[in-house]
Design a protein around this ligand. Structure first.
Ligand code: GTP
Ligand code: MG
Length: 451
């Protein structure tokens, strides 16, 4: 039997209410020892009970205590949640009293881990819990709530079932070749069964590209020569004076980051140091960071100055962004045009200035078009929502590919069977049907305390 764990489940600090949560076989007994108002060992399940927490004879706080009996609870164990008046001291005192009366301090994510180990939720649902807590937009919230209902779990279970029936077919053919009723497995028929599984897995990877955007947003690097107006553009996009703007070339030395939510998606802008040939050590470190941010971004906005013709530095930058998802923002169009736009024909261009906000909306619309933001609907599809899930699907695909290749090479079927079993195992790891202890510890250690 598990021990009883306790943690403060609400954010620590000033607040109207704090919740101290207990889970385990002694949850009710421990709460009852420090609570006066009702006999908590006798109250009905899923009730809220008014009373006071006592430290010996001394009242600690006036509280409401929720009592939820196993198994229909978050962890499937008995759970007690003590709602205090909030703040730091009463909350900590109640926690301390629970610890003194036999509870153990929960580790991060331990409540959710218990829900998983008890089989109430699978790993994808557990991951969704933490993702819901950290989600920043309505779209990402919908995505994770959808996952919490078990949509991905159901799909993976279905695919594993398909694989099991393929394996069963093979086994029957190997073990009972004389068994007439079993469909004869041939190389062609096996391939026919494997391809749909592989295709579904590939579709899942493809569709999940949007999930990354929904979850993490789009990283957008704003680059360009010094003084073209990158920081001014960042400030306009964020609608806040985040970065320092001056007419001195080389003002921005370090990366300046800020996010907005646009069409339900987070746009993470990174303003960078102006890129030019320089002998200044500090500036050069900044320039290196600017170039690194290009490779780490999903979109690059190259800012040019409408009031000057292209320089060799501009040409170098145009070359860098040519094969990347990009927008060229020709800034300072309030000033006379001196830029030769002939050489920009093959680029995705937008004109504007940061003095009177010209072209800023157009720029945002271009971002919307490039990433099809309107079309990203978290509820219509089943998505993989993190790199763990993605990596395991890719491993499963690799095994199936290997099986298909072996079939072509007429390698004995019992060897092919090993690949198919591996694919089945990898899919199992996604939902936690087969898991490694350290992985589970690692995964839940990223959770909030009290969750
Ligand atoms: N006329 C005009 N001036 C602008 C515009 N945008 C920025 N500026 C001016 O250009 C100068 C440089 O602007 P910044 O935003 O600091 O340029 P930057 O590209 O960040 O420069 P570095 O940080 O040095 O690389 C400032 O004096 C701005 O006021 C514009 O659209 N029109
Ligand atoms: Mg700047």
């Amino acid at each position: 039997m598990e021990d009883t764990i306790v943690a403060i489940s609400t954010a620590i600090g000033l607040g109207a209410i704090s919740i101290i949560r207990l889970s385990g076989p002694d949850a009710i007994k421990i709460a009852d020892k420090i609570f006066k108002g009702k006999d908590l060992t006798k109250v009905a399940s899923h009730t809220i009970n008014y009373g006071h927490i006592y430290d010996g004879e001394k009242i600690v706080d006036e509280v409401l205590v929720s009592v939820m009996l196993a198994p229909k609870t978050y962890t499937t164990e008995d759970i007690v949640e003590i709602n205090t008046h909030g703040g730091v001291s009463a909350t900590n005192k109640v926690l301390e009293l629970c610890l003194l009366n036999g509870a153990r301090l929960a580790t991060q994510g331990e409540f959710t881990k218990r829900a998983f180990l008890a089989g109430r939720i699978d790993l994808t649902q557990a991951e969704a819990v933490q993702d819901i807590i950290t989600s920043a937009t309505d779209k990402s919230l919908s995505l994770f709530v959808n996952q919490l209902t078990g949509s991905l779990k159901k799909l993976i279970i279905k695919l594993r079932k398909d694989i099991v029936s393929i394996l069963a077919n093979i086994e029957v053919n190997i073990d009972y070749p004389e068994y007439e009723d079993a469909p004869k497995i041939t190389i062609a028929s096996l391939k026919e069964l494997l391809y749909p599984v592989k295709n579904k897995l590939n579709d899942l990877i493809k569709e999940s590209k949007n999930a990354k955007i929904i979850k993490d947003g789009i990283n957008i690097a704003i680059i360009g020569r010094p003084n073209v107006g990158k920081s001014s553009l960042l400030n306009k996009l964020l609608e806040e004076e985040k970065a320092i703007v001056t007419d001195i070339a080389g003002t921005t030395r370090d990366l300046v980051e800020g996010s907005i939510i646009f069409k339900g998606i987070k746009l993470n802008f990174i303003d960078t140091a102006g890129i030019r040939e320089s002998k200044d050590i500090v500036e050069n470190i900044g320039i290196k960071k600017s170039l690194d941010s290009v490779s780490q971004s999903n979109l690059v906005i190259l800012v040019l100055n409408n009031n000057e013709d292209l320089t060799s530095d501009d040409h170098k930058l145009l070359d860098i962004i040519k094969d990347k998802t990009h927008i060229v923002f020709v800034n300072k169009n309030d000033l006379p045009a001196k830029l030769n736009i002939e050489s920009l024909k093959e680029y995705n261009i937008c004109y504007g200035n940061t003095i009177n906000d010209n072209g800023i909306d157009e720029l945002k619309n271009k971002i919307e078009d490039l990433f099809n933001l309107e079309q990203i609907k978290p509820l219509d599809n089943i998505y993989l929502t993190n790199s763990r899930q993605n990596a395991l699907i890719k491993l499963a695909i690799k095994e199936i590919d290997h099986a298909l290749k072996s079939l072509d090479e007429e390698i004995p079927i019992d060897l092919v069977e090993i690949d198919i079993k591996n694919a089945w195992n990898y899919l199992g790891e996604i939902i936690g049907a087969t898991y490694k202890e350290e992985l589970i510890d690692e995964l839940f250690s990223n959770f909030c305390l009290g969750k």
